[in-house]
Design a binder for this molecule. Structure first.
Ligand SMILES: Nc1ncnc2c1ncn2[C@@H]1O[C@H](COP(=O)(O)OP(=O)(O)O)[C@@H](O)[C@H]1O
Length: 192
């Protein structure tokens, strides 16, 4: 087994993943490469000539999409041969037909994570933060009640990954104005 670890950080858009991860990387003694799973999927699709722009990812058929998901997991596992990895991703993705698991069995097993960490905050805070940023966020569209359901589903899907892989499952609260505290807890979890 590799001495390097793959860790997964999940959380709804706007919960503060980017903010807390940036802070945590400054505090951590060890080096981690942070990989955004969506970015890696797009790069994988691009290499295979399946998409030139991110928007085109939506038009890829389900079976091909699943293959890209698995190929991206494999390429991240290769990165972990010589460095510690943090994969930033979503446990659940809302679609008009229901929630899609961000980490289905073939992805979870391909990544073989040591730890899965969910960043969480109150639905009100997530709603507010998703409005602050200039990106188009699905949490902003979901509204507070929708976010509560989304968080619950994401938690269940993340805990299923823990069961599938044996990874530790930690939930860290990113309270308002306390991103640094969340970052400290994240570092403790990663290095513990
Ligand atoms: N603990 C916190 N308290 C208040 N605002 C926060 C906190 N953490 C993050 N934010 C703000 O919330 C917004 C979304 O954060 P971001 O890190 O982009 O989230 P994500 O990467 O999960 O989508 C940003 O404007 C950020 O400054």
């Amino acid at each position: 087994m590799s001495e390097y670890s793959v860790n997964i950080v999940v959380g709804l858009s706007g919960v503060g993943k980017g903010t807390v991860l940036e802070e945590a990387m400054m505090l951590a003694d060890e080096d981690y490469k942070v990989v955004n799973y969506g970015d890696r999927m797009f790069e994988t699709a691009k290499e295979q000539g399946l998409a030139d722009h991110r928007d085109e990812m939506k038009n890829i058929d389900t079976d091909t999409y699943k293959e890209i998901q698995a190929d991206a997991a494999e390429s991240i596992a290769e990165d972990a041969e010589d460095q510690n990895i943090i994969v930033e991703t979503h446990a659940a993705i809302k679609s008009p037909y229901g929630y899609i698991p961000g980490l289905p069995k073939w992805v979870a097993e391909g990544l073989d994570p040591s730890k899965i960490i969910m960043l969480d905050a109150s639905s009100e805070a997530i709603y507010q933060r998703s409005q602050e940023a200039d990106r188009d966020r699905d949490t902003e569209k979901a509204g507070i009640e929708g976010i509560t359901e989304y968080r619950e589903t994401a938690k269940q899907m993340a805990s299923a990954v823990s069961i599938l892989t044996g990874a530790y499952f930690q939930i860290i609260e990113n309270k308002d104005g306390q991103a640094e505290k969340a970052a400290e807890e994240l570092v403790e979890t990663l290095q513990g």
